[in-house]
Design a protein around this ligand. Structure first.
Ligand code: 16C
Length: 257
């Protein structure tokens, strides 16, 4: 409780989020904090299996099934030079730019703007043959990580997306199967030594460490082989495309901490 209060004060004093509360405030606080701790825990515990590697990017999975459906948790780490944690997370959060990097989308509607850093979104994803088309309804939240939780980083930011319900958009209404998801992107900025000499940091002095965690429940039947093939193809594609997109978008702009 004390921690949550500290977190709230920290966010508000730094002007990242409005102070007002809304119907999802406490759920968002709780799940975002859980996801922050989950993202910060390592992958060297013997339960994660490396399944994709490309440059600095490493993707790990755990094969898990619920009622015969593959829901394999995914954890990925990546390092990108020249961008900050805030730039990375803002682009992941901002629904206005989602179609610029998200390749699985057919349609997206922002159902509610809860605050300047929290919203509820309905997404219809592209159909994967032979499975029924999926949709996803979730809240999304962007926040700065409190300084004492940044460890050795200059700063850290997190976006957490988590399934929710909306009375006007019930699930499994005939056309789509609704997936369940808990996803977070946690980014940490590191400055190289030149910054410590007193000169203002440029993009050449920045490194962004990225951790992406996802658990997606397909919500209804789909062949396990198809599900695992989609995971294996789409997650690496997403992380490479998204990070490259943010790098390109920011490279000629002033650094934003
Ligand atoms: O985190 C990502 N994107 C965020 C913003 O969109 C947000 C969204 C998450 C939605 C994840 C579930 C999407 C179900 C997609 C259905 C398959 C589409 C494939 C289209 C291929 C042309 O957090 C980045 C998400 C990266 C992609 C993840 C793919 C996860 C596959 C889940 C499979 C579910 C059932 C598929 C039925 C065959």
């Amino acid at each position: 409780q004390l921690y949550l209060e500290k977190l709230r004060q920290n966010s508000v004093s730094e002007g990242q989020t409005k102070a007002e509360t809304h119907r999802l405030t406490s759920e968002i606080e709780r799940i975002t904090m859980e996801q922050l701790q989950y993202a910060q825990s390592g992958v060297e515990d013997g339960v994660w299996t490396l399944f994709a590697e490309d440059g600095e990017m490493r993707m790990y999975k755990r094969e898990e099934e619920i009622d015969g459906l593959a829901v394999d948790p995914l954890k990925a780490v990546h390092t990108v030079k020249g961008v900050t944690a805030r730039e990375m997370c803002q682009h992941f959060y901002n629904p206005d730019v989602r179609f610029e990097w998200e390749t699985t989308l057919e349609k997206m509607t922002v159902l509610e703007r809860l605050s300047d850093a929290a919203c509820v979104v309905l997404q219809v994803h592209k159909k994967v043959w032979p499975a029924t088309q999926r949709d996803a309804l979730f809240w999304s939240h962007l926040r700065k990580v409190p300084k004492d939780m940044c460890r050795d980083a200059h700063d850290a930011w997190i976006v957490c997306n988590n399934s929710t319900e909306h009375p006007n958009f019930p699930s499994n209404n005939g056309k789509f199967i609704r997936v369940g998801l808990t996803i977070c992107l946690m980014c940490q900025t590191y400055l190289d030594s030149s910054e410590e000499n007193g000169s203002p940091p440029t993009r050449d002095n920045l490194t962004c460490k990225i951790t992406y965690c996802a658990v997606v429940n397909p919500g209804g039947w789909a062949p396990t082989s198809v599900l695992r093939a989609v995971y294996k193809r789409e997650y690496p594609k997403f992380l490479k495309k998204f990070t490259q997109y943010v790098f390109e978008k920011c490279r000629d702009k002033p650094v934003c901490f």
